[in-house]
Design a protein around this ligand. Structure first.
Ligand SMILES: Cc1ncc(C[n+]2csc(CCOP(=O)(O)OP(=O)(O)O)c2C)c(N)n1
Ligand SMILES: [Mg+2]
Length: 574
């Protein structure tokens, strides 16, 4: 076994099913080793896509997703996706190739200080310097990625640790031919160096699957929360991504939220937790609900910009937070009760510690009425006249078209924000967006990861035309690997979310306009199916056609020509 095989064996022991990559000479043995062990190697057209895909696998399975990229530019290309995973607290294991150990700092191809590059963006970074270390370091990477507050990790794997000893000897021997004293000394040094690289191989062992247990919330504190909750008249619950980290327990978290009976808002990976229509779930007017609530419970949601840095919660309210991160627990605002631990587990235990009883029905009815009023307003907006397709109307057509199995992915500005208010995820973990980093460009990678994890599901990637630019070349990946996703592009010929504010405030659209490009034809060029729709009347039929094509195994891009609306007017995030 060479180092590439060792890595592949560890991945196999960790039940890794997919390795996302873009090839490079530095990592070839990892790719070949993985293929030989039945791990599906998916080669993408950009390293960021590989990491985004690994991130999606992690979010949907609750186990680390894995990507391997080559040294130097391969790694620098991943940074945005790695940072996105860090901010989203997603356990991604990134393997990076590197220059040969003896050639570091000597001008070798693509040799840069990779550890310094990655360290600020990962939870843990390790560099292997001997072949025998590879299994233990990779196992540590898996442990670190998942424990406590999960996040991406990085393991640097120099090329001379990945090939077998004979090849490495040859590699070093070949670079030191000559008879002089210096050449002989170099050869001796290198021989020693190679011996060191391969020392201790007999002791290298491969351990079993690592599944760290979730950090447990304190029982006494849960009891305290329960007592406080029972005294509340107008409680509101927010459930965010962190409550869904244990993906296989999503259904139990959903049952707990139902049992609690608190009016609930869902965000991030929490969206879809209660299915398409649940009387407890509110979708609109969250700000007003938070202002009026006398108790606010944040389960895996930090008080960041999305909650106006905590200012949305009334000063008079009892504010309770459950979070794995001690920093997020008191970010911008100290909770009345802060419970450190897994928020999903917290909700489950809390639900078991309050007696079943119908509560808060007047409050719930009040919020429900307001929610419905906003729904009616949106329905009204869908009928506003528009030169092309009205985005609200399109999103409502998507809402009508998608299958119960659908997984939705959002990558874009205004169009995706509109979709997030109108298209309802059908089940837990059926909506993926970048998270708090707001990264454009996640779409193709997320769709790739989602379709691989759930091959039977309909995967709908909703793209702004601007955001699509980052993902377009991956239609090649979808075609080559038979990843039959459905992409719907809201083509408003511009970076509208930015243009809207820029024009209003600075009276200039410079840098924010795009062309009404034939993206469907680009997808066709890559071997996918492309559909164009400009007529609102035809939208439902075209979406059905897209579903049929995808069901028959063809990836599809639906290019929808959008008109203007004022649906998103006034919304801005800072
Ligand atoms: C990587 C990255 N670059 C730039 C931005 C800033 N940004 C936020 S929304 C947006 C516009 C998105 O345009 P599009 O995808 O076409 O969606 P639209 O708003 O037009 O519906 C931009 C450029 C970002 N969030 N991420
Ligand atoms: Mg746009």
């Amino acid at each position: 076994m060479h180092g590439g095989d060792l890595i592949a064996s560890v991945l196999q022991a960790q039940a890794t099913r997919f390795l996302f990559t873009l090839c490079g000479g530095h990592i070839s043995p990892i790719l070949v080793g993985c293929k030989q062990r039945g791990i599906r190697v998916i080669d993408t057209r950009h390293e960021a896509t590989a990491v985004f895909a690994a991130d999606a696998v992690a979010r949907l399975t609750g186990r680390p997703g894995v990507a391997a990229v080559t040294a130097g530019p391969g790694l620098t290309n991943t940074i945005t996706a790695v940072k996105n995973a860090q901010i989203a607290q997603s356990p991604v294991v990134l393997l990076g190739g590197a220059a040969a150990t003896a050639l570091k700092g000597r001008g070798a191809l693509q040799d840069i200080d990779q550890m310094a590059l990655l360290r600020p963006h990962v939870k843990w970074a390790g560099a292997a310097r001997r072949v025998a270390e590879l299994p233990a370091l990779l196992e540590q990477a898996f442990r670190e990625a998942q424990s406590g507050v999960p996040g991406p990790v990085f393991l640097e794997c120099p090329i001379d640790l990945l090939y077998d000893e004979a090849i490495v000897r040859q590699l070093y021997g070949a670079s030191s031919s000559g008879r002089g004293l210096v050449a002989q000394a170099t050869r001796l040094y290198l021989r020693q160096h190679v011996r060191h690289l391969f020392a201790g191989m007999s002791k290298a062992t491969i351990g079993g699957e690592i599944v760290p247990s979730a950090p447990e919330p304190d029982r006494a504190m849960i009891e305290q929360v329960a007592q406080r909750l029972l005294r509340a008249d107008r409680p509101v619950l927010l459930v965010g991504s962190q409550a869904l980290l244990a993906a296989h327990e999503a259904a139990e978290v959903a049952r707990a939220v139902e049992r609690l009976g608190i009016p609930t808002y869902l965000s991030g990976m929490g969206r879809g937790l209660l299915g398409r229509d649940h009387p407890l779930q509110m979708r609109h007017q969250r700000r007003a609900a938070l202002r009026e609530a006398d108790l606010v419970l944040l389960a895996g949601v930090p008080c960041d910009f999305r909650l106006d840095y905590g200012r949305q919660i009334s000063r008079r309210a009892c504010y309770i937070a459950a979070n794995r991160s001690p920093d997020d627990l008191k970010l911008n605002r100290r909770p009345s009760i802060g419970v450190l631990g897994d928020p999903g587990m917290f909700l489950r235990r809390l639900a078991n510690s309050i007696p079943q009883h119908e509560r808060w029905s007047i409050w719930r009815t009040q919020l429900r009425a307001r929610d419905q009023a906003r729904e009616d307003e949106i329905a009204h907006k869908a009928h506003a006249p528009s030169a092309h397709i009205n985005p609200v109307q399109l999103c409502r057509a998507i809402e009508d078209a998608i299958d119960p199995s659908a997984i939705l992915i959002g990558d874009g500005g205004d169009f995706v924000a509109t979709a997030s208010y109108t298209v309802r995820p059908r089940a837990p973990l059926a909506w993926l967006d970048p998270g708090a980093f707001g990264t454009l460009g996640v779409g193709a990678g997320f769709a790739l990861g989602a379709k691989l994890v759930h091959p039977q599901a309909e995967v709908w990637a909703l793209f702004g035309d601007g955001a699509l630019g980052y993902s377009l070349a991956e239609f090649d990946t979808f075609t080559r690997h038979g990843i039959a996703i459905i992409a719907v592009v809201g083509n408003d010929a511009g970076w509208t979310q930015i243009a809207r504010e820029q024009i209003d405030m600075l009276h200039d659209d410079v840098g924010t306009t795009l062309a009404q490009t034939d993206y469907h034809r680009v997808a066709e060029g890559f071997g996918a199916a492309g559909l164009l729709v400009d007529d609102p009347e035809l939208v439902p039929d075209v979406l059905q056609q897209a579903r049929k094509l995808a069901a028959s195994g063809t990836p599809v891009l639906v290019n929808t020509v959008l008109g203007k609306t004022d649906f998103r007017k006034g919304s801005i995030s800072m």
